[in-house]
Design a binder for this molecule. Structure first.
Ligand code: NDP
Length: 288
């Protein structure tokens, strides 16, 4: 048995097991491979990862808050992980050697469905995922990448380190990428999702979520492509606003599947069944 998993704390709500196990089944590998949640607190991260090889693990995805620690303990790391400063994919050799890679960055470009070459991008946020997104966009030839963050000093530091430009306000651009956790919260139970209203009339809670991102509802209509790394069972406020304006929208599940597909290909050497993975991502109960 080759074991795979996702290391996080918390990790109960991760959709990666559903996505990867559906892919392994579609590839006919589910008798020999299995993917599971690996909840591990920070103080146990390193010893647990070092013990994985002895428990038949061939690899693991890494999520909050372990991505930097994953890079630090690896024996080898790819260029993306080193320059971003974080890894989301670990591959474990039979002798226990650990290779760290970052598939968040190429996954973002794959999920875009187009190269950002020559385009202007505005990235919201300055945490770990924002670093991967800024690095990916600049590496893929974006003409300019601006960074806005609630805490401006973090945007300034990220911009300085990666060659982007920190901005005090959400500026116009072709591509808008939300890399903050705003929008993750599920709507309250009983929320009238199908309420009849004008397609261009946002709910009050959607407006306040957009305001947390320094955006007004109408301003979202000025971007040509909106990406939200956050995801939940209904469209996030940013995705809902983009859809209301007829703007192309890519949600966090598309990005999750794209980065997961690259990890799976790395571990199994087989092309990832993307449509199966996309269906599994959207079928999974977020509470499961
Ligand atoms: P971090 O904790 O490293 O960064 C969080 C960011 O969100 C910071 O910029 C923080 O701003 C900002 N933020 C948090 N709360 C608020 C708020 N109330 N108002 C405005 N800004 C806020 O997280 P990550 O970068 O690792 O992840 C960010 C999001 O991306 C998460 O939702 C995560 O689930 C998602 N993600 C999705 C992936 C996918 O595949 N779909 C992959 C990776 C991440 P400040 O600096 O001011 O605190």
């Amino acid at each position: 048995m080759n074991r795979l998993g996702v290391l996080g704390w918390p990790v109960a709500h991760s959709r990666s097991p559903a996505i990867h196990n559906a892919a392994l089944a579609a590839l006919g590998l589910n008798r020999d491979w299995h993917y599971q949640r690996l909840p591990v607190p920070p103080q146990l991260f390193e010893p647990l990862v070092r013990a994985l090889a002895a428990s038949s693990f061939a690899g693991a995805n890494v999520t909050i808050p372990h991505k930097q620690a994953a890079l630090a303990l690896a024996d080898e790391a790819d260029k993306a992980a080193r320059e971003i400063g974080a890894a989301n994919t670990l591959t474990i050799a039979a002798d226990g050697a650990i290779t760290a890679e970052n598939t968040d960055a190429p996954g973002l470009i794959a999920a875009l469905g187009e190269q950002p070459t020559g385009r202007r991008a505005l990235v919201l946020g300055a945490g770990g995922s924002a670093r991967a997104v800024v690095w990916a966009l600049l590496g893929a030839g974006a003409a300019e990448v601006s960074v806005w963050n609630r805490t401006p000093a973090r945007a300034e530091q990220l911009a300085r380190e990666l060659g982007a430009r920190a901005v005090a306000h959400a500026e116009p651009a072709d591509l808008l990428v939300n890399c903050t956790s705003v929008g993750l919260q599920e709507r309250a139970e009983g929320y009238p999702q199908q309420r009849a209203r004008s397609p261009l009339e946002p709910s009050a809670s959607d407006v306040s979520a957009l305001n947390l991102l320094g955006l007004a509802f109408d301003a979202v209509g000025e971007y040509s492509h909106v990406v939200d790394l956050a995801y939940r069972s209904t469209p996030t406020p940013l995705v809902a606003a983009a859809q209301a304006h007829g703007v192309r929208a890519t949600d966090g599940l598309d990005v999750l599947v794209a980065q997961g597909a690259l990890s799976l290909e790395r571990w199994t050497g087989r092309p990832a069944p993307l449509s199966v993975m996309r269906s599994a991502a959207r079928a999974e109960d977020p509470g499961g």
